[in-house]
Ligand binder design. Structure first.
Ligand code: ZN
Length: 368
């Protein structure tokens, strides 16, 4: 299926929210400053993922146009948790993923700092100049909108001491709260909406009678087939996209938003019972969930050797990929993607207690 074959827009971002498959994808112009793109599936150009690399040589940063895939709900959660207190933190926790194109809805930037789209990305210096100035102009708006959308989420999902009546449904609560605080006031409500077809004429030839169509309907009902059309939202505002993401989650899914009992960040539990998140930590430390489960097993706080071993080997390999010259880069990238898939499988076996720490470390050693 070719759902994601969409042009990367200029001065805007487009996003597909697919709660059927649990995926979310987006396209915008990005500048790979402190970040790299890796592919989690060999040969699949739509499987690009963003990896933060705080130690990356700034001279190696460059502009890319790429569709990126993340888990459903990632944009919303990243926005809720972002640290907009200063330019550097805001970049590391939000703009590194989603870029600067959606700042444009704020007329201030265009008036006060009217730099052309193309010249923003010609060098790291130009990029940072633009980003730092633009961020100062939008900072207050981002902090205010984030506060409002956090309060909305708290009200709808009964978080941070909210405790409203269980008779009320989420949609009504969402609408009531967003009216009361005028959430829509923050952004232009107009955006481009497209329905993207995920099949072509040849794919559908066989569905020529009602029995076959019924069969297809069963497959869809049982989730055996991918969603064959997707809704694509294109906007010039991160705020509008955050609103759309929250709206979609509340109306189209049964997913809850929780607060992690270890780090206090918002997260999407995959079942109703989880109290710790699996969010990425900028300092490379293990996720709250693996840390917490480890703590429960051991009954005391110790460093998690398996998680650290994984992290170290991961860093070693990714550094090797990005230090390699152009001729071997593609090969190294493939090698890395293949290793990552296998290593994550092993790590997940370890986290589930199916293999021991020693087994895991031995596997890493053998596969060096
Ligand atoms: Zn956490």
């Amino acid at each position: 299926m070719n759902l994601l074959n969409i042009n990367v827009p200029k001065d805007r971002a487009s996003m597909i929210l697919d709660h059927y498959t649990g995926a979310e994808s987006y396209s915008t112009t990005l500048y790979l400053y402190k970040s790299n793109i890796v592919f989690w599936e060999e040969g699949n150009k739509y499987s690009a993922e963003m990896e933060i690399d705080l130690n990356k040589n700034p001279k190696k940063a460059k502009m890319i146009k790429q569709t990126l895939a993340r888990e459903y709900g990632s944009f919303l959660i990243t926005f809720l948790n972002a640290d907009f207190s200063n330019a550097e933190n805001a970049y590391n926790t939000f703009f590194v993923y989603y870029g600067l194109e959606c700042l444009n809805h704020i007329d201030n930037i265009r008036k006060k700092y009217p730099i052309e789209y193309t010249s923003r990305y010609v060098s790291t210096k130009k990029f940072l100049d633009y980003y730092n100035k633009a961020f100062e102009l939008v900072k207050k708006d981002y902090i205010k909108f984030q506060k409002d959308i956090r309060n909305t989420v708290d009200f709808v999902f009964n978080l941070h001491e909210n405790n409203s009546s269980s008779d009320l449904d989420r949609v009504s609560k969402f609408l009531a709260y967003s009216i009361a605080i005028d959430l829509l006031e923050h952004f232009f409500s107009s955006m481009r909406f497209s329905i993207v077809k995920g099949y072509n004429k040849d794919d559908i030839k066989e569905y020529d009678n009602n029995d076959k169509i019924e069969e297809l309907a069963y497959e869809i009902a049982n989730d055996k087939t991918n969603n064959m059309c997707a809704y694509l939202y294109e906007s010039t505002s991160h705020f509008a996209l955050a609103y759309i993401s929250l709206n979609d989650l509340i109306r189209n899914t049964k997913k809850n938003i929780s607060i992690c009992q270890n780090c206090g960040r918002y997260f999407l539990p995959s079942s109703g019972k989880e109290i710790y998140c699996e969010l990425f930590n900028l300092d490379g430390s293990p996720s709250c969930r693996s840390y917490a489960s480890r703590k429960t097993y051991e009954g005391k706080i110790i460093d998690n050797v398996a998680e650290l071993t994984y992290k170290r080997e991961y860093q070693r390999r990714i550094t090797r990929v990005y230090r390699s010259d152009e001729t071997e880069k593609t090969m190294r990238q493939k090698e890395f993607a293949l290793w990552k898939t296998k290593a994550r499988k092993q790590l997940s076996l370890y986290r589930q207690g199916k293999i021991t720490q020693q087994d895991f470390c031995e596997w890493i050693e053998k596969n060096k």
